[in-house]
Design a protein. Structure first.
Ligand code: DSN
Length: 430
């Protein structure tokens, strides 16, 4: 449906969408798990494929009329397998959390005595679904958590090995949402072998880096790999599971009929388009540029006097300790938002503050790199970030930064935004 059709049917909704387009266009998106889908991905996600039910898998469906849906899903699967070198791919998970739950269900037989999972704790940079206490994953399975080293804040593989040998999990989980360093998947595989566990790697944050060769791949090492499709991979909101051949049947059964009903065919098509884009040499360049930009931004933030967890980054994200700039994480994130810098407050390892107002702010470069910003822009970006945090009570200073950012963003339209570009909101006219 085109936007003019929305305007006719539902002007109230169209108004909000128009305002959101303008907000996204004129502000700097620094949330490391977000990105801008291309026009082709957005178009695929908005097609009439949404009208079709397709419970089951290609050629084994529970509804007729799958003549075009089957090849669409098969193309998405073939591209996922070839891009990541996987034996098997399931492209139906609605997103990352259901993908992880399906993976556990497939990897841990329901009558097995060992229902233990061991993953990185949320405060140390893990995800809720890696067994954190408020997640359903800790209700369905017996969850244990490892952390990071108390001094370096790096993964300590010897400590993880010792804990794994004690816990003897059925599934060892690796992957993170707020860990600024490379993950050694081969070491995790070694530990899993030693303690008799299967290895699940959640590569949601770094899938685009892996696809583009800017981070080592978990696929050769893990039994099962889960991912979302909308972060560094720059596709639609969705999920995928890749696995070794011997887990294929169990994974497919766990997704459907185990956990989900009909796949979202419009999303499957958009994933296929995104995977085609991710096969290009431009995408490889993009993936490496994300890391180059993150490292340049980290260096510039250090120069501005900020403390960074682990002292820097070798992936797409930076965990800034806002207390080093005189603010809590929430104060910093709010001030940055007013100044046109969109980030999120986040715990730092061993954070003495509460998760609702922790010490850190999580900052990433995938989105600004999609807009074409390079390392030359990073010192200016760091200056805006630190000015916003340090001047959080100075409305004029925050408005000045917002105007300067809008000036720069206007020169770098995001993927997916086609002319005519959104009108600049009056508060950003300076
Ligand atoms: N919500 C995602 C993130 O921001 O990291 C993880 O699912």
């Amino acid at each position: 449906m085109s936007q003019s059709a929305i305007a006719v049917v539902d002007p109230e909704l169209q108004n909000l969408i128009t305002k959101e387009e303008s907000r996204q266009f004129y502000t700097a998106k620094l949330i490391p798990s977000e990105n801008y889908a291309s026009a082709a991905v957005l178009q695929a996600a908005g097609t009439i494929l949404t009208n079709k039910y397709s419970e089951g898998y290609a050629r084994k469906r529970y509804y007729e009329g799958q003549q075009n849906i089957d090849p669409i899903e098969e193309i998405a699967i073939a591209r996922a397998k070839s891009l990541f070198g996987a034996d098997h791919a399931n492209v139906q998970p609605y997103s990352g959390s259901p993908a992880n739950l399906a993976a556990y269900c497939a990897m841990i037989p329901k009558d097995s005595e060992n229902q233990r999972i061991l993953g990185l704790g949320l405060p140390a940079g893990g995800h809720l679904t890696h067994g954190w206490k408020v997640s359903i994953t800790s209700r369905f399975f017996q969850a244990f958590q490892y952390g990071v080293d108390p001094v370096t804040h790096l993964l300590d593989y010897d400590a993880i090995r010792a804990q794994a040998m004690q816990v003897r999990p059925a599934v060892l989980v690796c992957g993170a949402t707020a860990y600024p360093r490379q993950i050694d998947f081969s070491k995790f595989a070694e530990i899993a072998r030693e303690c008799g566990a299967l290895l699940l790697a959640d590569m949601a944050h770094i899938a685009g880096l892996v696809a583009g060769g800017a981070h080592p791949s978990p696929v050769p090492h893990a039994d099962v790999v889960t991912t979302t499709t909308h972060k560094t991979l720059r596709g639609p909101r969705g999920g995928m599971i890749l696995c070794k051949a011997q887990h294929a049947v169990a994974i497919d059964k766990a997704v459907f009929p185990g956990l989900q009903g009909g796949p979202h065919n419009q999303t499957t098509a958009a994933i296929a388009v995104a995977l085609r884009e991710a096969q290009t040499s431009e995408f490889r360049t993009y993936a490496h540029q994300i890391v180059t930009n993150a490292q340049a931004l980290a260096q510039a933030l250090l120069t501005q006097g900020a403390r960074l967890v682990t002292g820097g980054t070798d992936n797409h994200l930076i965990l800034l300790d806002a207390t080093s700039l005189g603010a809590t994480g929430k104060q910093a994130a709010k001030a940055m938002d007013i100044a046109g810098l969109e980030a999120n407050f986040n715990s730092v390892p061993f954070d003495p503050r509460s998760p609702f107002d922790p010490s850190g702010v999580r900052i990433g470069t995938p989105s600004l790199t999609s807009r074409g910003l390079t390392k030359a822009h990073m010192p200016q970006l760091a200056a805006w970030i630190t000015t916003a945090i340090r001047s959080r009570d100075d409305a004029a200073a925050l408005a000045r930064v917002r105007g300067e950012i809008a000036d720069l963003m206007a020169q770098f339209p995001p993927p997916g935004f086609l002319p005519p570009y959104p009108t600049r909101p009056s508060q950003e006219l300076g």
